[in-house]
Write a protein of this length. Structure first.
Length: 337
């Protein structure tokens, strides 16, 4: 079974939380959380729908029953709250809908990614294609990366949702507080229950969540992400953070400071690299160890998010404006001002 060990936690208000890591892509695990608070049964995030991930979720619920005495099936779940519109957190929604009457919620800025997935994939693919033309890689590499991007989305389909997760409104079911935390995804939310935070991909224990430039999707970008980190840091009383991947974080505020420091260091490194004019490809190659496959695209996007942040603040500048004037979408070179 594509699943790691299930762990149990209890919030300060007595809610029971089960972290169920499910393999959503080869070697890639997503934490699906089962929350029992009062008489409300909630799932936070769902599988990708890839391979055996849907069946593994069913097996995980069965294991919770066997090990912890919580007899929960898919048709007993009242709510499904989706932290953000990335396929490894919602791709199994069609399967879930076929086996559960739960109400499904996601932030309105990520709703389109679920209810009209085909359009979203097409629009984002178009923006990525334009982005890749500017970074300084070969046409063959561009086509290969685009093929990989599309392949990871083709097994999911559009699925309806029932309500929006909106910051500032009454807690969902009188239990869950929503905090909008854009950056990693436009409609990313963190969900607070008592002294714990379901952080999705906003906070991860071992890495900083992937960033991409706003040129690809609005409400992403490093500026939005860093502002969202500050929002969580200013929210008192969080003792544990449950990430969408990796380990539970017992010092969420310390983890935020470590992520902020990591991005500050990377921004300084980009400025150092760009003392000579550089393309995004060159910057990415100097920032990261050897990348292969889909990681090449992720590295280019990560580098571009940092370049965009510095450019927006007037610290980096495009060094080949003449090409920008002559050509529709030229390769861009950046240099520290």
């Amino acid at each position: 079974m594509g699943q790691k060990e299930i762990t149990q936690y209890t919030t300060s208000g007595g809610a029971r939380v089960y972290c169920m890591p499910i393999q959503t892509f080869p070697g890639h695990f997503t934490n699906v959380y089962l929350v029992l608070a009062g008489d409300v049964i909630t799932l936070i995030d769902i599988t990708s729908g890839w391979g055996e991930s849907d069946a593994d979720l069913v097996k995980a619920l069965e294991e919770v029953g066997e090990r912890f005495g919580e007899k929960v099936t898919l048709d007993a779940i009242d709510l499904l709250l989706i932290t953000h519109g990335h396929i490894d957190h919602f791709g199994g929604l069609s399967f879930f809908r076929a086996h559960s009457h739960a109400k499904v919620g996601i932030h309105r800025l990520d709703t389109r990614q679920i209810i009209n997935l085909e359009e979203t994939v097409m629009v984002v693919a178009h923006n990525i294609r334009l982005f890749l033309e500017t970074v300084g890689i070969s046409e063959g590499t561009r086509k290969g990366l685009m093929s990989m991007y599309r392949a990871s989305k083709d097994f999911a389909a559009s699925t309806p949702v029932d309500f929006s997760l909106i910051e500032g409104e009454d807690p969902i079911a009188g239990i869950f507080e929503v905090l909008h935390t854009p950056g990693h995804c436009p409609g990313h939310v963190c969900i607070r229950l008592d002294n714990v935070l379901f952080a999705g991909d906003h906070l991860l224990s071992d890495i900083s969540p992937h960033q991409s430039p706003e040129a690809i999707a609005p409400y992403t970008g490093l500026g939005h992400y860093l502002a969202s980190l500050k929002k969580i840091k200013a929210t008192p009383g969080i003792d544990l953070a449950f990430g969408g991947h990796q380990r539970v974080m017992e010092d969420p505020y310390g983890r935020i400071e470590a992520i902020e420091a990591g991005h500050a260091e990377r921004l300084d490194r980009v400025l150092e690299i760009c003392k000579e004019r550089r393309t995004i490809k060159e910057i990415s190659s100097l920032l990261f160890d050897t990348l292969s496959g889909y990681q090449v695209l992720l590295g280019l996007e990560e580098a571009a998010a940092h370049v965009e942040y510095l450019s927006q603040r007037g610290i980096l500048a495009i060094d080949n404006l003449a090409d920008l004037e002559r050509e529709v979408n030229p390769v861009l070179y950046y240099k520290t001002r």
